[in-house]
Design a protein around this ligand. Structure first.
Ligand SMILES: Nc1ncnc2c1ncn2[C@@H]1O[C@H](COP(=O)(O)OP(=O)(O)O)[C@@H](O)[C@H]1O
Ligand SMILES: Cc1ncc(COP(=O)(O)O)c(N)n1
Length: 273
């Protein structure tokens, strides 16, 4: 059984963060381990409170898992502070691991999940060791300091991120104004690039889409899929999870992690970036 790890925040509402990651790992039949950076009191309506753990305790959780398991791939989600980012980066930089960095900054309801001063540590410590970075457009704008309106803006921002040492950038298009498709643009450091599109679902149930997408990518990398296969299969996983909603909660409800096993067939469209 392949072992993977998530380093992220807990979502008491169960739709995002550690909970979304572990549910995704379970559905994809990898063994999930977890390192919790912060607890959130959260539901589908928003984040009510944040209780961060300490960098030392994050480090202790990582040591406990790494001393006992052969972790193949890991993802990071909500990292909250520069001290936590530095401690995570120090610990994993020498390891042979596939690292998916989801640069979580702001929850859908507007709460900040990353302190502003932590962006520098994210860029200088974590990006250089990341296999894949999965920013949404607002996150990519914060990381690059660029404004992104057109596909050419997306390409320039991706190039500037690749220069920081990441092997692959997946620019998520969930926030783009396109009624027909949800299109993500993928850029690899070897010069390959492509767009992957799926039918945009008109729904308010998108809590945890980014977490679920990066967790699925981590699971597929842990199972040994190539980077491109893992990215495409993760897109399929999140599409099915959005397309078959559970209709839970009174706000932005969670996605459906069971959908991939129940409705496996979804053809992601690929085109030139
Ligand atoms: N309404 C939607 N219909 C289909 N796919 C979507 C929709 N919203 C987001 N996605 C997809 O979900 C994944 C997560 O993207 P996004 O929601 O932008 O991330 P985040 O949660 O970090 O803001 C991406 O693959 C994106 O294209
Ligand atoms: C603990 C935690 N981590 C991440 C998110 C972001 O969720 P989303 O994937 O919807 O951007 C969240 N709301 N809570």
């Amino acid at each position: 059984m392949d072992v993977v790890m998530t380093i992220a925040g807990s979502d008491s509402g169960g739709g995002a963060g550690i909970q979304a990651d572990i549910k995704t790992f379970q559905e994809l039949k990898v063994f999930g381990t977890s390192v919790i950076t912060a607890l959130t009191a959260q539901n589908t309506l928003g984040v009510e409170a944040i209780f961060p753990t300490t960098p030392d305790f994050v480090s202790q959780q990582m040591t406990a898992v790494f001393n006992d398991f052969d972790v193949k791939a890991l993802k990071t989600g909500m990292l909250f502070s520069d001290e936590i980012i530095e401690c995570v980066a120090d610990k994993i930089q020498e390891m042979e691991l596939q690292i998916v960095v989801d640069p979580v900054m702001i929850a859908k309801g507007g709460a900040s999940l990353l302190q502003q001063e932590a962006v520098y540590a994210l860029k200088t410590k974590l990006l250089p060791i990341a296999t894949v970075l999965t920013p949404n457009i607002p996150e990519a704008e914060v990381i690059t300091g660029m404004t992104m309106n057109t596909q050419s803006d997306i390409q320039h921002a991706a190039e500037s991120i690749l220069e920081k040492g990441v092997q692959c950038v997946v620019m998520k298009g969930g926030h783009l104004e396109d009624d027909e498709f949800a299109t993500d643009s993928v850029f690899l450091s070897n010069g390959t690039s492509f767009k992957m599109s799926s039918k945009r679902i008109a729904t308010k149930h998108t809590h945890g889409t980014g977490c679920t997408f990066s967790a699925a990518m981590t699971a597929f990398l842990g199972k040994g899929l190539s980077l491109q296969e893992a990215i495409l299969e993760a897109k399929k996983f999140v599409q099915l999870a959005i397309e078959h909603p559970l209709n839970l909660g009174h706000g932005h409800g969670p996605t459906n992690h069971f959908a991939y096993q129940n409705h496996r067939n979804y053809e992601v469209m690929i085109s030139e970036a």
